[in-house]
Design a protein around this ligand. Structure first.
Ligand SMILES: Cc1cc2nc3c(=O)[nH]c(=O)nc-3n(C[C@H](O)[C@H](O)[C@H](O)COP(=O)(O)OP(=O)(O)OC[C@H]3O[C@@H](n4cnc5c(N)ncnc54)[C@H](O)[C@@H]3O)c2cc1C
Length: 445
């Protein structure tokens, strides 16, 4: 196996062109820093609204998490519905689930409306119980979906062979309205849409400084009425909010294309997007050309401080996969790559305006393409008009003033890595935020 992001390989043969870097000084109405799913959603929202919009990215559009991702477009992020329901109660779960579903639909709609060639695959989700906790996870998830009135189907271990050629799972939850996507081709396709609609897009343009209304890049400067930061892994010299997140590392691999009989053995009825019920879960789905796209990690490498440039982790994920799917155990996996996802302590995104500088907006730590899309769009809508916003209630979930089980002072003693593991595990399996008061700050936002 060799280290290579498969999605970059899939750009070969497309007519997409790289946008040149910004040189010199420009002024604009809105500057978006970072062109992943969040920045692109913001730009799409602002496009054609009579504003001059500029997007810069230090890499290419989609060049970080968005373009490395496995492309599961599902409202489940790191939190399943049952976990959101426990944390926020019925209304909160409804709000949040619908935001994330909106993000899924938005990406699919943009792809369809603009004819973007991003390998959009309509596939139901299959959440598979595994290990001792598996039956409970599946039970909880089924109960949550039923209680919220969302369409869902459950399978016992005995029923699973009717839909998947896998062994060793304790049951599953199936639900609809989800798709798989090639995130890099989506991002590059959106770039073309933006450029065609008059948005200025500069790739290979890194923001290195911020003062008042001006962002300095490595070759120029942009002065803007509003600035939306949707960049990942922001450094201390650009923002004071770098403390807000840490990076979780996950590994992906892709197989050679399956033969039709192998697809049939894996998914006798239709292909599913699958993941298991572990804290560090494994996930897999079929791409449009019938390759198995598979991902996962280990507790150690997920929270490692440095990138682990090794195929050892993905080899372990593969061994487990082959144990569950003996019918495709012989299939070769050729390429692997890894990526780091910005995450907050409680796995919820943070959207905020800089106090005292309301023209500076931040979208931070969005786990998942749908969340990033919703939050980027959300921030952009606040640029358009404060007064007409009816969604300030979302700051209850996304505001920065959230408490954590390991408080910040204790994190200084125990280190960021351990603190994030504990906070995130707590947020996923124990935390209750139901009584958190509404963050009503209409004046500020
Ligand atoms: C390997 C992997 C697999 C994943 N699988 C899935 C999945 O299946 N489904 C799912 O929903 N999510 C998945 N995710 C998570 C998802 O990709 C991210 O949560 C999402 O893409 C975040 O989008 P974003 O726009 O916030 O950030 P990013 O996509 O990281 O975009 C931020 C952009 O900012 C740019 N940037 C950073 N600093 C600067 C600077 N100083 N100046 C200019 N530009 C800058 C970067 O180049 C980047 O393009 C995965 C992530 C990884 C890494």
């Amino acid at each position: 196996m060799f280290l290579n992001d498969w999605w970059y390989t899939t750009l070969m043969g497309t007519p997409l062109k790289i946008e040149p870097p910004l040189r010199g000084d420009v002024t604009t109405d809105v500057l978006i820093v970072g062109a992943g799913a969040a920045g692109l959603a913001a730009a799409l929202q602002l496009m054609d609204k009579g504003l001059d919009v500029t997007v810069i990215d230090k890499n290419v559009c989609g060049g970080s998490s968005t373009g490395k991702s496995a492309g599961f477009l599902t409202p489940d992020s790191e939190l399943e519905l049952s976990q959101i329901l426990r944390r926020y109660g019925r209304q909160g779960a409804k709000d949040l689930w619908e935001c994330a579903q909106w993000g899924c639909d938005r990406i699919a709609d943009v792809i369809r409306a603009n004819g973007i060639d991003a390998d959009l695959q309509k596939q139901d989700c299959l959440f598979l119980g595994e290990g001792r906790g598996g039956p409970k996870e599946v039970r909880d998830e089924l109960a949550a979906r039923r209680s919220m009135g969302y369409e869902v189907q459950g399978y016992t271990a005995g029923e699973l062979p009717s839909v998947v050629g896998a062994t060793g799972f304790t049951g599953a939850v199936r639900y609809k309205n989800t798709t798989g996507v090639n995130g890099l081709r989506y991002a590059q396709g959106v770039k073309k849409v933006l450029v065609d609609h008059g948005v200025h897009v500069y790739e290979s343009t890194e923001a290195i400084g911020l003062k008042d209304h001006t962002v300095t890049t490595h070759l120029g400067r942009v002065t803007a009425d509003n600035i939306i930061f949707t960049a990942d892994k922001l450094k201390r010299d650009l923002t004071d909010y770098f403390w807000n997140y840490y990076y979780a590392q996950t590994f992906l691999s892709i197989s050679e294309p399956l033969q039709p009989h192998e697809v049939q053995a894996m998914f006798p009825v239709e292909p599913f997007m699958c993941w298991d019920s572990h804290f560090i879960y494994a996930y897999w789905r079929l791409t449009g050309d019938n390759r198995i796209l598979l991902g996962g990690g280990s507790l150690w490498t997920t929270y490692a401080k440095r990138d682990a440039w090794t195929d050892r982790i993905i080899e372990r994920v593969l061994r487990r996969f082959r144990g569950h799917w003996p019918s495709v155990g012989h299939v070769h996996f050729r390429q692997f790559w890894m990526g780091r996802i910005d995450m907050t302590r409680d796995l919820m995104p943070t959207v905020l305006r800089e106090p005292g500088k309301p023209w500076i907006h931040y979208v931070l730590g969005c786990v998942g393409l749908p969340w990033a899309t919703f939050c980027g769009d959300f921030a952009a809508r606040h640029v358009l008009s404060d007064e007409t916003q009816d969604d300030h209630r979302f700051y209850r979930y996304f505001g920065i003033d959230r408490g954590f089980v390991i408080p910040l002072w204790a994190e200084k003693l125990m280190g960021k890595r351990i603190s994030f593991v504990v906070n995130q595990a707590y947020a996923k399996y124990r935390q209750v935020d139901k009584n958190r008061p509404e963050a009503e700050k209409p004046r500020e936002f």
